[in-house]
Ligand binder design. Structure first.
Ligand SMILES: NC(=O)c1ccc[n+]([C@@H]2O[C@H](COP(=O)([O-])OP(=O)(O)OC[C@H]3O[C@@H](n4cnc5c(N)ncnc54)[C@H](O)[C@@H]3O)[C@@H](O)[C@H]2O)c1
Length: 291
């Protein structure tokens, strides 16, 4: 595999997970975020998650230490000049991602592949905002990255075959299973998953059931490992709303209209687990439903 150094832009829940699996597979990682606190929290999360793997016996202490030593944190973009693959995993807003690409492209080496972990935004449109649409890919990881096996690979209209093959080789190398999705809003997993979550929020909004009733119904009645509202909190309600907006606008179909209650929670800053409050309140010992 040609990829030896991976740059990760955004050290939030997905970015730190991507850094974790890359470092554990022997790749050098440069982890960047605009928020220095996010880098510190990201590194602490990686450390804690690696420790959990040691405790479970899936890796040993030496592997954990080696993985941590392969991750270099950087508040500036310049360090990313060393990477063969840069994976953007910042906030799910097109303008944020476009600004990152504008800043990062002059820094990246000519051969570097630029990828995005977007959950829903058009790969072709994002690629067109860069200086390398042929070397641009969607590499969509699942949450939590260390535990979830799947990665969706999404080509833009201009992505060349070498870029696809190198990205597929990268996914194989880190021990994940790749599926290929075409470049349509939200690809495969979120095209199916997010409307279900949005419908669960409508079910709550219309008073059909409480938070607890809806999650229990789907866990025990449909055999889902997590209830849809618990899952929404886990994904992040801002990310859920952004994905629904991309589906609604991109497919121009009213069936994807984001539930007004989801909009209200995001406006309140109740973004789910990462904000300690969403459909559940996580500030106490055990999560408490908010409705
Ligand atoms: N949450 C999920 O379940 C999930 C799953 C798959 C993919 N994704 C995608 O991954 C991406 C990140 O999501 P997340 O859940 O990790 O979000 P998050 O809110 O946990 O983290 C986002 C990070 O991006 C950083 N950021 C914002 N602007 C930046 C900039 N200009 N430069 C560098 N860093 C910047 C923020 O400081 C923050 O640390 C999104 O595109 C999202 O759609 C999320």
């Amino acid at each position: 595999m040609k990829i030896g150094t991976v740059g990760v832009i955004g050290a939030g829940q997905m970015g730190n997970g991507i850094a974790h699996v890359c470092a554990l597979s022997g790749l050098d990682v440069i982890l960047h975020d605009v928020d220095e606190g996010a880098i510190e929290r990201g590194l602490a999360t990686i450390n804690g998650n690696l420790a959990r793997q040691v405790a479970k016996g899936t890796i040993d202490d030496a592997a954990r230490d080696a993985a941590m030593s392969r991750i270099r944190a950087s508040g500036g973009l310049e360090a990313l000049s060393a990477c063969d693959l840069a994976i953007e995993s910042a906030t799910e807003e097109e303008q944020v991602k476009r600004k990152i690409f504008a800043d990062i492209c002059p820094v990246l080496s000519e051969h570097a592949i630029l990828a995005t972990n977007t959950s829903s935004i058009s790969i072709t449109r994002l690629a067109a905002s860069t200086d390398r649409p042929e070397r641009f890919m969607g590499i969509h990881f699942m949450n939590p990255v260390p535990r979830m096996e799947l990665v969706e690979l999404v080509r833009g209209i201009a992505t060349d075959e070498d870029t696809f093959k190198e990205c597929k080789g990268f996914v194989d190398h880190i021990g994940k299973k790749a599926t290929v999705a075409e470049d349509f809003p939200a690809f495969i997993v979120n095209r199916i998953l997010l409307p279900m979550i949005n419908e669960a929020i409508y079910t709550l909004y219309e008073g059909v059931g409480s938070v607890e009733a809806i999650d229990t119904a789907m866990k025990l009645g449909a055999n889902h490992p997590m209830g849809p509202l618990e899952l929404a909190d886990f994904i992040g309600l801002d990310t859920c709303l952004s994905i629904m907006q991309v589906l609604y606008e991109g497919l121009a179909d009213s069936k994807y209209r984001p539930c007004p209650l989801l909009v209200k929670y995001v406006e309140a800053g109740w973004l789910g687990r990462k904000a300690n409050r969403g459909f559940y309140d996580y500030r106490g010992e055990a999560p408490v439903p908010t409705r």
